[in-house]
Design a protein around this ligand. Structure first.
Ligand SMILES: Cc1cc2nc3c(=O)[nH]c(=O)nc-3n(C[C@H](O)[C@H](O)[C@H](O)COP(=O)(O)O)c2cc1C
Length: 198
């Protein structure tokens, strides 16, 4: 069975946002090249400071090249390995830290996060699911794929079709079934002054 985990919101928000969540149960159904193209295109049109577009991506599609996919898989933490085992596509997210006039781009991570989330929402719009991951060995990935020094490894995004939660390991199934939670709005949003709840 596949689960839906709509956000419980105080006021309505767009269904792309409300329905998006990060499942661990994926099936191995392939993601098409056209779909991957659309994900990258969505990311490409993200806004960025000075329009520097610091985001970079590497697509690892198990169907295209199982060997390179396995090299990425080997960098994952053991708990991530357990659920990524079925995932057909991993996308590496990188930020170019070089800014204007030889300065560091202080907005590189911020902008790259925006592009990554555009990609995630486009996946949702296509009926796919995307689950971002930080639990992997960044320096191993950087070395294995000869990522230049100016490029910062940010995250991986698992992309595919949602699978049967019954097939997950017990501890992962418990997480899959747990309610999604968020801080309350008055903790994260203020009016006029710091600490004055919205
Ligand atoms: C940068 C980043 C790193 C993450 N790393 C992991 C990870 O290593 N393993 C994992 O299972 N989920 C990871 N997640 C998913 C978060 O746990 C998840 O987004 C959060 O719990 C909220 O749940 P939701 O996306 O279903 O709303 C990560 C998410 C982000 C944005």
């Amino acid at each position: 069975m596949t689960i839906t985990k709509s956000a419980v919101t105080a006021v309505p928000v767009h269904e792309l946002i409300a329905e998006r969540w990060s499942p661990r149960a994926f099936n191995s159904h392939a993601v098409s090249q056209d779909q991957i193209h659309a994900l990258l295109e969505a990311a490409r049109w993200a806004p960025s400071s000075y329009n520097l577009q610091p985001w970079r991506f590497i697509v690892w599609n198990r169907d295209d090249n199982a060997d390179t996919f396995d090299k990425v898989y080997a960098t994952l933490s053991s708990s991530n390995k357990a659920w990524v085992a079925n995932v057909p596509v991993l996308i590496g997210v990188f930020a170019d830290r070089r800014g204007v006039d030889g300065q560091e781009n202080g907005a590189a991570a911020y902008d790259t996060g925006a592009a990554a989330f555009s990609l995630v929402l486009q996946a949702q719009a296509l009926g796919l699911h995307a689950h971002q991951l930080g639990g992997f060995n960044r320096s191993e990935l950087q070395r294995e794929f000869a990522i230049p020094d100016d490029i910062v490894v940010q995250a991986l995004i698992a992309v595919g079709y949602q699978g049967d939660e019954a097939l997950l390991r017990d501890d992962l199934r418990a997480k899959e079934q747990a309610a999604r939670s968020r801080r309350s709005l008055n903790e994260i949003a203020f009016t006029g002054q710091w600490g004055h709840a919205f």
